[in-house]
Design a protein around this ligand. Structure first.
Ligand code: NAP
Ligand code: MG
Length: 422
């Protein structure tokens, strides 16, 4: 039934600001398409834009990245496009002043955040691991352990001690690490009580917000103090939020890491797996490949004080950008980038108490998933889908198909925004 003129609502209007961080290469191309074709026709977002293009970072001596992180601190919600982390070749390519650090690392450090990676489930793209029917989210602690260690080669016989010298002049404490009889190696690692607590709180906030069970795993039977401290802090923090866990109907479980690995591959999924730094590094790659494609992997940085930064887990897809620059057709999957936007929009709506904004975000998400599930997909998925589709669509063709489906979904909902003429 056609809508009555009078019943057509104005464009949806967001109440508060989302921090927008534009980026580089193919994802920058997709970014502009998503905004102009899937967002702007339907919703008035309040955006504070920071251009993190590598040349903009270079021009501002990377101050723009810090300003973006500060803006997230102020507005609580950000959405980030993939960015180039310059290496020597990029310094040459863009004639940069220097190899600026990874914007993700800068933002993560400033927000004291934990990264959560979540695969999207699409029914015609089967996971490699058959039992996985719900997403497995990896929450990776991003500070310390082997990533901030002191290593030494031991040339021959001798003793290595572990020594703590108190800053207040108290008596030093020491332990023998090993009496070497010949050559070997040694490493000292550390972590911080405050960082572990932040990590635990970020995981708890995520599990509560997504209503997912939460696992934490370590090897505290062996590393009684080191891993035992992680386990104890997780116990304290989950205990403190027990009422919230009960209210959300979710559970916290501690497992030994080897037990967890064995359980994960036989589980249906549907939980957050909080991992120590190294475990998270390894397990997030295992989970990503077990679920299918990088184009379906979303990522969100959550800080313990409730700040959210959404992005796709993949990079700027340079190889596709080179084709795009040469004027050749591309078939880059924009799903994870669209879900970065919908994640931010839904969160904005939730924080602002504007359910129609959150509903719009979820409607767009359904439009994306249905587009793929009805056989319209980019090349990365077309290669692994079951049934195999007749062909694949271009970068632009995929977004057009989603826009078409979004329009008809919105038309079916009279309280959703007016649909611009085709
Ligand atoms: P990448 O951009 O993730 O792409 C690697 C390959 O994965 C692509 O060549 C493509 O394979 C496939 N792929 C990734 N995303 C895809 C998508 N959306 N649709 C279809 N295929 C997709 O990694 P990279 O090439 O190693 O890195 C490129 C740049 O991104 C680097 O400068 C790096 O610093 C940066 N980076 C940024 C972030 C971030 O901002 N979060 C993360 C990682 C990397 P085929 O070529 O086989 O089609
Ligand atoms: Mg890794």
């Amino acid at each position: 039934m056609a809508r009555e003129e009078a019943s057509i609502p104005a464009k949806l209007k967001a109440k508060n600001t989302i921090v927008e961080m534009d980026g580089d290469e193919m994802t920058r191309v997709i970014w502009a398409m998503v905004k102009s074709q899937l967002l702007e026709p339907f919703v008035d977002l309040k955006l504070e834009r920071y251009d993190l293009h590598v040349l903009s970072r270079d021009r501002t001596d990377d101050a723009i990245t810090v300003q973006a992180a500060e803006a997230i601190r102020k507005h609580a919600v950000g959405v980030k496009c993939a960015t180039i982390t310059p290496d020597a070749a990029r310094v040459e390519e863009y004639k940069l002043k220097k190899a600026w650090p990874s914007p993700n690392a800068t933002i993560r450090a400033l927000l004291d955040g934990t990264v959560f990676r979540k695969p999207l489930i699409v029914h015609n793209v089967p996971p490699t691991i058959r039992s996985w029917v719900k997403p497995i989210v990896i929450g990776r602690h991003a500070y310390g352990d082997i990533y901030k260690s002191a290593e030494m080669r031991i040339p021959g016989p001798g003793r290595v001690d572990l020594v703590f010298t108190p800053a207040d002049g108290g008596a030093p404490q020491s332990l023998v690490v090993h009496e070497f009889k010949g050559p070997g190696i040694v490493r000292g690692v550390h972590n911080l009580g405050s960082s572990i607590r932040s990590f635990a709180r970020a995981c708890i906030n995520y599990a509560l917000s997504e209503r997912m069970d939460m696992w934490f795993s370590a090897k505290d039977t062996i590393a009684k103090i080191y891993h035992g401290t992680f386990r104890e802090i997780f116990r304290q923090e989950t205990e403190a939020r027990r009422a919230d866990f009960d209210k959300a109907g979710i559970q916290y479980t501690y497992m030994l890491i080897d037990d967890a690995v064995a359980k994960v591959v036989r589980s249906p999924g549907g939980f957050l797996w909080a991992c120590m730094n190294y475990d998270g590094d390894v397990m997030s790659d295992m989970v990503a490949s077990g679920f299918g494609s990088l184009g379906l992997m979303t990522s969100v940085l959550v800080s313990p004080d409730g700040l959210y930064e959404f992005e796709a887990a993949h990079g700027t897809v340079t190889r596709h950008f080179r084709k795009h620059e040469r004027g050749e057709p591309t078939s880059t999957n924009s799903t994870a980038t669209i879900f970065a936007w919908t994640g931010a929009i839904a969160k904005r709506g939730e924080l602002d108490g504007t359910p129609e904004i959150t509903e719009f975000a979820h409607t767009l998400e359904h439009a994306v998933i249905e587009t793929i599930e009805t056989g319209t997909m980019t090349k990365d998925l077309a290669a692994i889908a079951n049934p195999l589709p007749a062909g694949h669509v271009s970068t632009q063709g995929f977004i057009e198909a989603i826009a078409e489906r979004l329009r008809s979904k919105l038309e079916a909902r009279p309280h959703m925004p007016a649909v611009a003429p085709r």
